[in-house]
Every structure is written in structure tokens, then in C-alpha cells.
Design a protein around this ligand. Structure first.
Ligand code: 6PG
Length: 239
């Protein structure tokens, strides 16, 4: 499916539009399947979306109590560490909600290998017969190097068939656990949120014709899912 690209005036507009899209995806999934499976990411652009979701109308109108929350990736630090993606989402959003269906953080405190094995089992338990689960929405950021989740250019993407894998980031905290491409590409919908002029060169390659498939974010192409990009003007490719 061709990705939809929305260019918005600034960071607040991206957070607003992304929060509305997350709310709509959760509401629709709950109506169709009785529950919503949502994956969150780390990073400043996703954080602004969580802050918006933590305020009304979303805080009270979204069916959070039927929502299961996952993470696209995690840094191998304790949940209390300021670098923890779980900790960030918990502070910005989850701890502000009155109820939530389920929270499934990556156990970064276990160390990368054990945490990846644990998350692989967890994800498998939400899929049919060991296949990747079909998450309703995966919210992703993109780094200036074209990484997404903790899939870095030139890095290993996990053993064949793995649903979660360890990875090494170029910047600290370097030890990571990430969902693999088969999980991202099994999603019903992917929402990329990207802001800032430092992302423009990578986005020009990712959204180019043809896309530069050496960049991990360009490899996120669900076979039966929608991909939406919400960008601010600074990040948007020139044409
Ligand atoms: C992480 C991420 C990562 C992030 C992007 C964008 O743990 O670092 O999940 O993939 O989403 O690097 O982050 P910014 O919006 O802060 O640039």
C-alpha cells in the first residue's frame, strides 16, 4: 500500500494529529475486535504525542481499559532509568490514565539476550500459531541516520523468524532490544512521527522514488497494513 504522507505546520500539530490517529485506531480496533494492541516507541517526537494523549479529550474518551500496550524497542536499563522507553511512556501517559488493559514492557533490566528472548515469547503469545501478532497500531520515530525502533543501518535484524532481537545503537545506551521487521510488517497500521530539520536528509531517502531500502525505516512496509507519515515542515523532503 502506498504510504500516506502528511506535512503539518510544527511539532505541536504533529503531536495533535498523531494523538487523534492513535485514538481513532484504538477505538476502531476495540469496536471490531474487542481490544486494541498498540506499540509505543521512545524518543522526543513520540513523547509529545503521549503527552497529548494524556490530556482530554483522549485521556477520558479512548477505551484504554481494552488496550494492550507494547514497545517497539527498549534500551537495556532499569525501568526507573531516565533512558527507559517504558519509563518515558509511563510518566508521559500510562500513569495518567485511570485504567489500562495491559502493559507489556521489554524487560531491559534482564540484559539484552534474556530480554529479547522474553519479548519474543510475549509477542508470540499474542500471535496465531507462533506467527507475529497483528498489532493494530505501531507508533514509530525515525533517527537522523534512518533507524527506526532499534533497527539501525547496517545492523543485524535478528535471527530468521525472530520476533524480538538484540541490537547495538551507535549512541548510548547502546544495548537495545527491538521488535523485528516481521513484527513491524505484520501490523495493521504503522504511524511514523518525525520532526526537525536534522531528519530531512534521511526522509528524502526513505520517501524517495525509489525509496532507499538500505535504511531500516524504509523497510517498514506492512503487506496488509497502512503506513502514515506525520512530519513537520522542517523534516519534510523538499518535493
Ligand atoms: C529509541 C527509539 C527510536 C526513536 C527515534 C526518534 O528508543 O531511541 O524508539 O527509534 O523513536 O530515534 O527519536 P526522536 O523523536 O527523539 O528523534
Amino acid at each position: 500500500m502506498t504510504p500516506v504522507v502528511q506535512v503539518l505546520p510544527g511539532t505541536a500539530a504533529v503531536a495533535e494529529a498523531a494523538a487523534a490517529a492513535v485514538a481513532a485506531a484504538i477505538t476502531q480496533a476495540r469496536a471490531r475486535r474487542g481490544r486494541a494492541l498498540l506499540a509505543l516507541s521512545g524518543g522526543e517526537t513520540p513523547r509529545r504525542t503521549y503527552a497529548r494523549l494524556a490530556a482530554d479529550p483522549y485521556r477520558t474518551s479512548v477505551p484504554w481499559s481494552d488496550t494492550q500496550v507494547f514497545w517497539s524497542d527498549e534500551r537495556c536499563v532499569p525501568a526507573t532509568d531516565p533512558a527507559s522507553n517504558f519509563g518515558m511512556a509511563n510518566t508521559a501517559l500510562l500513569s495518567r490514565l485511570s485504567a489500562i488493559g495491559g502493559v507489556h514492557p521489554v524487560r531491559g533490566d534482564l540484559g539484552a539476550d534474556a530480554a529479547a528472548a522474553d519479548y519474543d515469547r510475549l509477542l508470540r503469545s499474542f500471535g496465531d500459531s507462533g506467527r507475529p501478532p497483528r498489532l493494530d497500531l505501531i507508533l514509530l520515530g525515525v533517527g537522523a541516520d534512518g533507524h527506526t525502533a532499534s533497527l539501525f543501518p547496517g545492523g543485524e535484524a535478528g535471527a530468521p523468524g525472530a520476533l524480538a532481537a538484540t541490537s547495538i545503537a551507535p549512541q548510548p545506551p547502546i544495548s537495545r532490544v527491538t521488535m523485528t521487521l516481521p513484527v513491524l510488517n505484520a501490523a495493521r497500521a504503522i504511524l511514523f512521527v518525525v520532526t526537525g530539520a536534522n531528519k530531512r536528509p534521511a526522509l528524502t531517502r526513505i520517501l524517495g522514488t525509489p525509496p532507499d531500502l538500505s535504511l531500516p525505516a524504509a523497510q517498514v512496509r506492512p503487506s496488509a497494513g497502512r503506513v502514515t507519515w506525520m512530519l513537520d515542515r522542517d523534516a519534510a523532503p523538499a518535493n
